[in-house]
Design a protein around this ligand. Structure first.
Ligand code: NAD
Ligand code: DAU
Length: 343
């Protein structure tokens, strides 16, 4: 596996994975293929941009011709697909691009994987495909019960991957990760949004009463897990990837304010997300049997992330001061304040 195509490699997890691969597999060439949507950002890859082992191609995974040209020219051995539309709230505003990229784009990549006979096609998926899990933990054989257009699109991509394994023998693996946080996460997702608002003393818009739970994992741990599955996972198999510890959103918000020395009164309850999944929880026994464990606990994960956003204001201030972000923020949050009691 010498030449790795990393689609969506200019996004949050993809760029962290590029850094991880270039540090841990010095013999690999990394070809990042990314459309550079609002969420793609070459600043995320600034420090590898002059490395001779790195190539960037701007392109859409739905564009079969360009995908195949890059496969041929770069002699790709394996594909790791991070490219997706990823924000649940945006999928509630407009689901079309989610279906296009997360389902059709996955199909285009699988066709290329089949035609060029890659050693591995790895799909980055999400715990959201299991839907809300009020009790217990999801295992990889649980039925899919998607509830948002985002999760439905991701499930469509997963099923297409499994179909290409069964029908054509494409050596597919899938990882289903919980909520990642860490460097280079676009500040529409809750943790970087709350940290950057708190730095600026701006209210933290908390959905509902804040009692919903997520398993927040450090992005580097997730990247290490993906690496393990890419190299040691079995074709046709799915692996859950998370810490196994869930935290309420209200507790996450309070910890961020405490670490930044800001008043807890910055927490502003707002009307809930429609169809908001209360809890996801993963059983990660299958990947742990391959020797992977997440190395950071919740407090360390939040502390490291807060520290990064404090130290890297050059990165997120550019984004937050842009017209795209401001328009989105207005559309998403204006007039939603409530006097709901917090959990
Ligand atoms: P992100 O939104 O930060 O980045 C997505 C990247 O994909 C961007 O660089 C964007 O430009 C690119 N992209 C989008 N559409 C494209 C297209 N049509 N062609 C080529 N590139 C395109 O996303 P992320 O948070 O880094 O998530 C990466 C993957 O991990 C996604 O598949 C997501 O579903 C999955 N995932 C994310 C999380 C999380 O907590 N962020 C957790 C589990 C799984
Ligand atoms: O679980 C994995 C998923 O995690 C990934 O597949 C998605 O790509 C990623 O976006 C993330 O989805 P979530 O919906 O869980 O993440 P988000 O950061 O949008 O929200 C996390 C929690 O915080 C959720 O319970 C909703 C809440 N929230 C979110 C926002 C944006 C708020 O209370 N206020 C907010 O402003």
């Amino acid at each position: 596996m010498n030449n790795l195509l990393i689609t969506g490699g200019a996004g949050f997890i993809g760029s962290n994975f590029v850094h991880h691969v270039m540090q841990t597999h010095p013999g690999y060439r990394v070809i990042v293929f990314d459309k550079l949507t609002y969420a793609g950002n070459l600043d995320n890859l600034k420090d590898v941009s002059t490395d001779p082992r790195y190539t960037f191609v701007q392109g859409d995974i739905c564009d079969a011709e360009t995908v195949k040209r890059v496969m041929r020219e770069q002699q790709i051995d394996a594909i790791v697909n991070f490219a997706a539309d990823t924000h649940v709230d945006r999928s509630l505003m407009d689901a079309g691009t989610f279906i296009q990229t997360d389902v059709y784009g996955t199909y285009v990549l699988l066709e290329a994987a089949k035609e060029f006979g890659v050693e591995r096609y790895h799909q980055i998926s999400t715990d959201e495909v299991y839907g809300e899990v009020l009790e217990g933990r999801s295992t990889e054989v649980d039925r899919l019960h998607t509830r948002s257009p985002y999760s439905a699109s991701k499930a469509g991509g997963d099923l297409m991957c499994l179909a290409y394994f069964t029908s054509f023998g494409v050596p597919v693996t899938i990882t289903r990760g919980s909520n990642n946080i860490g460097p280079y996460q676009y500040p529409e997702k809750v943790v970087p949004l709350f940290i950057t608002n708190a730095i600026d003393n701006v209210p933290l818009p908390l959905y509902g009463d804040g009692s919903q739970m997520r398993d927040y994992q450090y992005v580097q741990d997730h990247c290490e897990g993906i690496d393990v599955v890419l190299h040691h996972g079995s074709p046709g198999e799915i692996y859950n990837l998370g810490t196994g510890v869930e935290t309420r959103n209200i507790d996450m918000a309070q910890l961020i304010l405490k670490l930044l020395g800001r008043s807890q009164s910055l927490i502003q309850p707002i009307t809930d997300r429609p169809g908001h999944d209360r809890r996801y929880a993963l059983d990660c026994g299958k990947i742990q049997a391959l020797g992977w464990h997440s190395r950071h606990n919740f407090e360390e994960t939040i502390e490291k992330t807060v520290h990064w956003y404090v130290e890297n204001q050059w990165w997120w201030r550019k984004i937050k001061s842009g017209a795209h972000y401001e328009e989105y923020y207005e559309r998403q949050y204006a007039g939603r304040e409530t006097d709901l009691k917090l959990a």
